[in-house]
Design a protein. Structure first.
Length: 70
């Protein structure tokens, strides 16, 4: 069996564990113009779970940085 494609890994990798939001959703929001942490949170619902973004915030910031937005 071959390796999983990056696109499939993005769908399977949860950035916001509380809400079950995958990396693919975060990347889509960023590509559609969410260029700050707050905009990504608003577009995806991330950070509104029980941990209040303590787990997903660093991951979102890393995605923003990797997309050249941070």
């Amino acid at each position: 069996m071959g390796e999983l494609s990056p696109e499939l890994m993005d769908k399977l990798t949860k950035v916001c564990l509380c809400k079950g939001i995958p990396r693919s959703t975060m990347k889509k929001a960023i590509l559609e113009g969410a260029d700050t942490l707050e905009k990504v949170r608003k577009a995806t619902g991330a950070g509104s779970g029980p941990c209040s973004g303590r787990r997903c915030t660093p991951k979102i910031l890393e995605l923003l940085e990797n997309q050249g937005k941070a």
